[in-house]
Design a protein around this ligand. Sequence first.
Ligand code: ADP
Ligand code: MG
Length: 305
Amino acid sequence: MDAVAASGIVKKFGDLTVLHGLDLAIPRGELFALLGPNGSGKTTFFRILTTLIAPDAGSAVVGGQDAVGDPAAVRAKIGVVFQSPSLDKKLTVRENLAYGGALYGMHGSPLAARIAELSGALRLEDKMDRLVETLSGGQQRRVEIAKCLLARPEILLLDEPSTGLDPAARMDLWSLVASLRATHGMTVIFTSHLMDESARADRVGIMSDGRLVRVDTPAALLAEAGPEILRVATVDAMRVSEFLKSQCGLAPHALEGEVRASASGAHAVCVRLTAALPDAVGSTTVSKPTLEDVFLFQTGKRLNE
Ligand code: ADP
Ligand code: MG
């Protein structure tokens, strides 16, 4: 059975359709990334999977339970960390965890034992009696994750987990995720607008304007973008684009101050282009594709404007 099976998910806010019929299956144990720019609908989709809002059409089965028909059963299977902090900053770490556990119906010594276990796993032992407001962003995120792990969820959903974290705290976060997967076989689903972070996932769903445009492994997505990416910094994107199309048989994307195209033999193209349009070409770069290129080729837009 899949951890998530969503089909035909539609969500509207008034006249605005934010999700246009999403279909997505995520097998158990997978690390899945939902990659898309701000406003593409990632959080809205997460809110549906976590039963906070109902879709206007479609169905979502999470942990084998129906998110619309039986939200309580779904909540018993999941742990979720949203972008906006859910901790009480005027309470200590221990108090926040105790309060979180009480919401799951946990009490007394089983709760205390679970808190002790998680404080160890998340390296919070020496922070337990500090007010949350005195902790760094990375430490607070670890407390949030500890809180959502209290009831031993099967599925962990993290909405933009690394936003606001420094590089060291990000590395910490991903090693924590790796150990949760290794020790508990946990399914971890996260959203991101960052390509490098999404490339860590087993599979990536590329989201644009409320649609999942591609879902595949990072390797397969990158392979589709071709062996080499040519980037031309230019003051005349139209002319460069036209040349690459008509003279080199490429399918370039003209962007603000830049033209980008998938090209095998990109270095030879650079030489021809620079010889033909010396005034228009500022600089040329050849690199391997990234998920940002995949996003551009799928949508015609940059991932992060
Ligand atoms: P993301 O998480 O990818 O940045 P969101 O799911 O937060 O995207 O938002 C998708 C779109 O839905 C945006 O245009 C946003 O303004 C709109 N939206 C989200 N929540 C609401 C709401 N409660 N009411 C109206 N519009 C909303
Ligand atoms: Mg969001």
